[in-house]
Design a protein around this ligand. Structure first.
Ligand code: NAP
Length: 482
């Protein structure tokens, strides 16, 4: 792979109104495996944000009026274009985000699927026609696109966190301005150009990388023309964005942080649970909102589960994501490395044992090894805070009630995983767990055809499934006489 040519093919300016636009300044994008500069990209200002909104507003009505079949076919072309360029997009993600190539390829498949799924949903936006119960009138209910949207995305899935928003928004007839994370703007800029080539009308999508997310966001949220904010990121930033968007009463969708429990009952197939644990913990190097953050294992099978998980985690090979032999890349930045190190030290200082890993190798790059912490005591910060790294803390429980109570002992409610051979127990526990999503005997739950999202402080709104498009539709009631 010629990475220099690949990086050169990414627009270096801002993407506004379907064309590259020179920014007044730039900021650097770093390679997390060695800290070297990969590229300098345009640094959007509040003025650029207004220009992107001008472009979105100029085509909003026309895009909304474009027949749904035509919108769907454009999305399908985008799906094909991404699939065709899968290797390039995957390499770009590995370069800027660090995850190993196999993970990046998996993300390309997952991320592209939102265009295929919503290409098919675009033509199924329904309504209803009924008579009023009193027989005095007719009720017509129809759906309309909410209008120009603003999407803010995180660095952990540089492609999919954007496509999960763009797919349904464009299918519904909305325009969108995307602000990618500072660490990973290249994938989104590359995608914008690809979507233009695939036939997305100019102005429907703009991309604004920026080192000043505050002013850019304020300019958009305070402009009365914006109709919706959709955010994926941390709970803290999400809360402040909800407050900011209250002034104009914008519609909002919030995909926020998680603290997923992974519960293994005494009747579970332990080998299957370990396979699932590896996926739930190590997908995306642990840097996923759905990542299993804490393992609650029935005391009677805890030793067996721990031993088997330790064996598998000790086989994980740390290295540069582009290196085919690596199965775990670096963390995104030194701040994240410091946080993971701190949470492990805190657990150890309270009595947890490091069964494997636990020591960063040092040197260039933000590397941290696959780590298992055994006997983690209640009160350890790692059971409460999102670690966002390759660390599996294991703690025990005795009864089913204790397992459920431990799982729910968090302000978050995004994902949870349950391993048991009993269908009764699986359903009982899945219903008792306070989270938007539960995987039963499965370590990966994300699917473009399913509603992804959380409850409690993990946010609100759903992405994917038949529910996903509703986030971008307003309901209109038209009253007619009999
Ligand atoms: P973050 O710090 O909240 O950043 C997310 C995005 O918000 C970035 O684009 C960031 O821009 C932007 N941002 C930060 N401060 C802002 C402000 N004041 N105004 C406007 N935008 C602002 O989160 P992160 O560390 O990138 O991502 C990890 C978090 O995302 C984790 O908590 C994870 O659980 C969550 N996540 C949730 C889901 C889900 O579906 N529920 C999926 C993936 C990730 P900068 O890059 O410039 O800081």
């Amino acid at each position: 792979m010629d990475t220099t040519a690949l990086l050169t093919s990414v627009p270096a300016g801002l993407w506004i109104g379907g064309a590259e636009r020179q920014a007044t300044s730039t900021f650097n994008v770093l390679d997390p495996s060695n800290g070297e500069v990969l590229a300098a990209v345009g640094d959007a200002t509040a003025e650029d944000a207004v220009a992107a909104l001008d472009a979105a507003c100029a085509v909003q009505a026309q895009w909304a009026a474009t027949p749904a079949r035509q919108r769907g076919e454009i999305l399908r072309s985008v799906f094909e274009a991404i699939t065709e360029r899968a290797d390039d997009i995957a390499a770009l993600m590995t370069l800027e985000m660090g995850k190993v190539l196999a993970e990046s390829k998996g993300e390309v498949t997952y991320g592209a699927e939102f265009f295929r799924w919503f290409a098919e949903e675009a033509v199924r936006i329904g309504g209803r026609y009924t008579s009023s119960p009193a027989g005095t009138g007719r009720i017509v209910v129809t759906k309309q696109p909410v209008g120009p949207c603003y999407a803010i995305t995180p660095w952990n899935f540089p492609l999919a966190m954007g496509t999960r928003k763009m797919g349904p928004a464009f299918a519904a007839g909305c325009t969108m301005i995307v602000k990618p994370a500072q660490e990973t703007p290249l994938t989104m800029l590359y995608l914008a150009k690809l979507m233009d080539e695939a036939g997305l009308p100019k102005g429907v999508l703009s991309v604004l990388p920026t080192s000043s997310p505050g002013p850019v966001t304020e300019a958009l949220l305070d402009d009365g023309r914006l109709r919706k904010l959709t955010f994926t990121g941390s709970t803290g930033v999400g809360k402040s964005l909800v407050k900011q968007s209250a002034d104009k009463l914008l519609r909002t969708s919030m995909e926020l942080g998680g603290n997923a429990p992974f519960i293994v009952f005494d009747d579970a197939d332990i080998d299957a649970a370990v396979d699932g644990a590896m996926l739930a913990k190590m997908r995306n190097g642990g840097e996923a909102c759905t990542a299993a953050n804490r393992f609650h294992v029935a005391n009677s099978v805890r030793e067996e589960f721990t031993e088997k998980l330790v064996k598998r985690m000790s086989e994980v090979t740390l290295g540069n994501g582009l290196d085919e032999s690596a199965t775990l890349g670096p963390l995104i930045n030194d701040k994240q490395l410091q946080k993971v190190t701190e949470l492990v030290s805190d657990a150890v200082s309270r009595g947890a044992t490091v069964a494997v890993g636990g020591v960063a190798p040092g040197g260039p790059g933000n590397f941290y090894p696959a780590t298992v912490l055994a006997d983690v005591p209640a009160g350890a910060r790692i059971l409460k805070e999102e670690v966002f790294g390759p660390v599996a803390p294991i703690t025990g429980f005795d009864t089913e009630e204790e397992g459920i109570a431990a799982a729910n002992d968090t302000e978050y409610g995004l994902a949870a995983y349950v391993y048991t051979r009993s269908l009764d127990r699986a359903l009982r526990v899945a219903e008792g767990i306070q989270s938007g999503m539960v995987g039963v005997n499965r370590g990966v739950i994300s699917d473009a055809a399913a509603p992804f999202g959380g409850i409690k402080e993990s946010g609100f709104g759903r992405e994917g499934g038949t529910e996903g498009i509703e986030e971008y539709l307003d309901t209109k009631y038209i009253a007619l006489p009999k």
